[in-house]
Design a protein around this ligand. Structure first.
Ligand code: MN
Length: 337
């Protein structure tokens, strides 16, 4: 396990068993107000790492200097099969403390750009539609407050991507393209009675954005028809991505600029990523996925990202760690690709 703390690094208490992010004394004021730094923080005691992404200390995660912002959204309401995505952001933050800060592939320490972790956003439980409306407004406020910082949202179920994409699209200088890595197209008009379902997430952004979905392998006839009859929608099925890397060129040819990336962890093969609600065999592997993502960041202007649908399995740390490392890779590619 990497031990990255300098001798005099001090956390804000909590220790290793606290999964959630702690409120920061800097940055935007969270809905519940600011937690003042207590005198106990000042004591020279062996505190555990802070609840921030990577366990970064105050200096490395201060909002003012940060060029990246993490927004945890532990929202789960419409999950159709296996639940547990509300525990996703906390598990990613917890596992991220064990990610090596120096990236061997990039030969850089991406954490040096400064990564600020916001408190988790708790959405209304009054129903899926009001929760999505609330998120669109909240995400927009965070975007505006973040200015040119790179925003990374951690889910939570996939429905949270639609409000984020709409907020990004509303502020972009031209029509955005969504790159969706996912086993599912999520193009249903409604699912189980609501248009705010995770199974409709991408359908809800087609008016505002073009869409390139890759890794798709669980899809209904209705969704294929929507994809084929809608201009600006391109799907690359997982069985087309097996023999070689030609699909990467096809995806990039279809992908406009600027880009929002939504990464549903069920894009990955369940042998690698079993901790997700609707696993589908035949998904992406680690190195090809990274190769593709690095190209996207090199060749396009990526405005914001999300990583969603991690449903942690108790006693199985590998998928949580994978998701944490994936988030760090995405941040690394944004600043060092
Ligand atoms: Mn999916």
């Amino acid at each position: 396990m990497p031990n990255r703390r300098s001798e005099d690094a001090r956390g804000r208490g909590g220790g290793r068993d606290r999964a959630g992010p702690s409120p920061r004394p800097d940055g935007p004021v969270p809905p519940g107000g600011r937690e003042a730094a207590g005198p106990v923080d000042r004591l020279d005691l062996p505190w555990g790492l802070p609840g921030s992404f990577l366990g970064l200390d105050e200096e490395a995660s201060a909002f003012d200097e940060a060029r990246a912002v993490i927004l945890p959204v532990p929202y789960e309401s419409t999950t159709s099969w296996g639940g547990g995505t509300q525990a996703g952001p906390g598990a990613i933050l917890h596992a991220s403390r064990y990610v090596e800060l120096w990236d061997q592939e990039l030969r850089a320490d991406p954490s040096t750009v400064g990564i600020h972790t916001l408190p988790a956003l708790e959405l209304t439980r009054a129903g899926a539609e009001p929760a999505m409306e609330e998120l669109e407004e909240a995400y927009g406020k965070v975007l505006d407050a973040s200015r040119d910082r790179f925003l990374m949202m951690l889910g939570g179920e996939h429905s949270i991507s639609a409000p984020a994409i709409r907020a990004v699209a509303a502020r972009a200088d031209s029509r955005i393209s969504v790159l969706q890595l996912d086993a599912h197209a999520d193009l249903r008009a409604t699912y189980e009675g609501t248009s705010a379902s995770h199974a409709s997430a991408m359908r809800r952004v087609l008016d505002e954005a073009d869409l390139v979905g890759v890794g798709i392998r669980g899809i209904s006839k209705e969704e294929v028809e929507i994809a084929e009859s809608t201009a600006g929608v391109t799907l690359l099925f997982a069985d087309e991505m097996w023999d070689d890397d030609a699909w990467m060129d096809r995806a990039l040819d279809a992908l406009g600029d600027p880009v929002y990336i939504t990464f549903d962890v069920d894009f990955l093969d369940p042998s690698l990523m079993p901790a997700t609600g609707t696993p589908e065999p035949g998904g992406g592997d680690w190195y090809r996925t990274l190769r593709f993502l690095r190209r996207v960041f090199k060749e396009r202007r990526v405005l914001a990202c999300d990583v969603v649908e991690l449903a942690p399995i108790p006693g199985m740390p590998a998928p949580d760690f994978l998701a944490a490392k994936l988030v760090y890779k995405l941040l690394g590619y944004r600043f060092f690709a």
